[in-house]
Design a protein around this ligand. Structure first.
Ligand code: PEP
Ligand code: MN
Length: 371
């Protein structure tokens, strides 16, 4: 991906440190925004001031942002502090208004990246414009959709493109407001190694107590920076009150972040790591052998059930496997969550294979020539 240019060079003086984007979820009043900017500048930890001007809210009736008026406050905040500014844009009108007010970074929110029509319209509006664009992941865990949004913006000629990982929607209770599903941004990075990656722990956590852990994890996974919401009076914030920290708390949080020197060591330094990796490789090989053996047994079970006219799924048997494995896993230091996830994946594959065997002679497989 040659055309991706790291936004580090544009937003960041010191490339050794992570990029820090911070500011309120929403711009509320002129005083709130300017005071935020001044306080954040004082911390000396922040590169870019963020604020939501147009707020995509789940339900009508909640605060939907101040609108274009707040762009003047952003311009004023930039003038007074020298901080670069970033706002969310969701349509072409927002793009023009933000650019006209000198906003340095435009970001597309999770509810916009999800819509290829909207992304394409914004990309067309940006054709030939020299600005920086950050793409939040779509709300649903769809890597291709996220990739597609990056491609659309790159195709418009914008070189300074980055992404923001803000976690993915879920239904039901979870530790996270938007579970991170780290494998998705990691896979995106594998596909676009040059892409600047920012993590947004505020929208992942939905609280303040887990922000440090998630921010640190992001840096350890080679993210280039963090976007953290901050507010001069978090409990009184007009949106996302639970997840915002004060500028002082933000400064303390950034202070606690450990920036590991490198992920590439030379020569002898890597011997110890190489040995550990070789051991891991051996275990992975064994796992593949074991899984292959397990699936062969599933095939045999499929054939047996077919010969006896049995159904595939016996939920009591699955409960028994799960309970036993959770207990054994616990004794060996494996979390319940991990055991359930990996056994469920194996179980699904096993059901698929049994299903194929049990239906191998059915008319539908003959028609579509499935073996
Ligand atoms: C935000 O940054 O305040 C926001 C609305 O984020 P997201 O698009 O990640 O929900
Ligand atoms: Mn927010």
């Amino acid at each position: 991906m040659k055309r991706v240019k790291s936004i580090n060079s544009i937003l960041k003086g010191n490339k050794e440190l992570p990029i820090v984007i911070s500011g309120p979820c929403s711009a509320e009043t002129e005083d709130q925004l300017i005071t935020s900017a001044i306080e954040l500048k004082k911390t000396n930890k922040v590169d870019v001031l963020r604020a939501g001007i147009w707020k995509p809210r789940t339900k009508p009736g909640s605060f939907e942002g101040v609108g274009v008026e707040a762009l003047k406050w952003m311009a004023q905040a930039k003038k007074e502090t020298g901080l670069k500014t970033a706002v969310e844009v969701a349509n072409v009108k927002h793009v023009y208004q933000a650019l006209n007010h000198g906003v340095d970074v435009l970001w597309l929110g999770a509810r916009t990246t999800v819509n290829p029509f909207a992304v394409q319209e914004i990309a067309d509006a940006l054709d030939g414009v020299n600005t920086t664009v950050l793409l939040k992941n779509p709300i649903n865990p769809d890597l291709s959709l996220w990739e597609g949004s990056v491609e659309r913006i790159l195709n418009s000629g914008i070189k300074n493109v980055g992404v923001i990982h803000r976690g993915f929607s879920k239904y039901g209770a979870s530790k996270f407001r938007n579970p991170p599903q780290w494998q998705i941004p990691i896979e995106l990075k594998r596909k676009f190694p040059e892409l600047t990656m920012i993590c947004d722990p505020s929208h992942i956590c939905g609280n303040t107590q887990d922000l440090l852990t998630v921010s640190q994890k992001a840096l350890d996974l080679n993210f280039d920076g963090v976007m953290l919401e901050s507010h001069i009076n978090p409990s009184k914030a007009w949106s996302d009150a639970k997840q915002q920290v004060t500028p002082k708390e933000l400064s303390e949080l950034v202070n606690q972040l450990v920036v590991r020197k490198t992920n590439q060591l030379e020569g002898e330094q890597t011997v110890e790591l190489d040995i550990l990796r070789q051991k891991i490789n051996l275990i992975d090989n064994e796992l593949i052998d074991l899984l292959s053996g397990r699936m062969e047994l599933s095939d045999d079970i499929g054939a047996y059930k077919k010969s006896k006219g049995m159904k595939i799924l016996q939920t009591s048997r699955w409960d028994e496997i799960l309970d036993k494995s959770i207990k054994e896993g616990h004794e060996k230091g494996l979390s319940r969550d991990f055991v359930v996830k990996f056994l469920s994946t194996i179980h699904l594959e096993s059901i698929d294979r049994q299903n194929q065997i049990m239906n191998s002679n059915s008319w539908i497989n003959k028609v579509f020539s499935i073996k």
